[in-house]
Design a protein around this ligand. Structure first.
Ligand SMILES: [Zn+2]
Length: 138
């Protein structure tokens, strides 16, 4: 059986139903094509890396603020560094952000923020301690 010669296309060429990831125009060409041209490609990557940069910067800002609040709490609550969680929250502390979480066998996990850490002591109360990479989690 003979097929029409024009029906045969090179393997890597199809009329895709995909759209340019930058401008949305329907793409024609290679199966793995993602952009119309280099202009769309570089625009897309610039915007994407700016968005990533913003996300990272925002997270760093929150972590730096957390660290500042933990250090402040240690100087205010000098005895044993036991602090009511609401005191931290009033100052904008984010319990969703930390740099490391260390599970402890016989204690609640340590939540680290760079060189300071805290752990829940009881409902609504945390204990803050200095932390370094070679600190023991015990
Ligand atoms: Zn495009």
């Amino acid at each position: 059986m003979m097929s029409h010669p024009y029906a045969i296309e090179p393997d890597d060429t199809i009329y895709t139903t995909l759209n340019c990831m930058n401008c949305g125009v329907t793409l024609i060409g290679r199966r793995d094509k993602k952009f119309c041209d280099d202009h769309c490609r570089s625009l897309f990557h610039n915007v994407t890396s700016a968005a990533h940069y913003n996300l990272i910067r925002k997270t760093h800002t929150i972590l730096r603020k957390n660290r500042r609040i933990l250090n402040l709490a240690m100087s205010v609550f000098q005895e044993q560094h036991v602090v009511p969680a609401h005191w931290l929250m009033q100052r904008g502390f984010s319990f969703q952000h930390c740099t490391q979480k260390i599970d402890c066998k016989d204690d609640s996990p340590l939540l680290v923020c760079y060189d300071v850490a805290y752990r829940w002591r009881e409902q609504g109360v945390v204990q803050i301690l200095f932390w370094s990479a070679d600190s023991r989690a015990a």
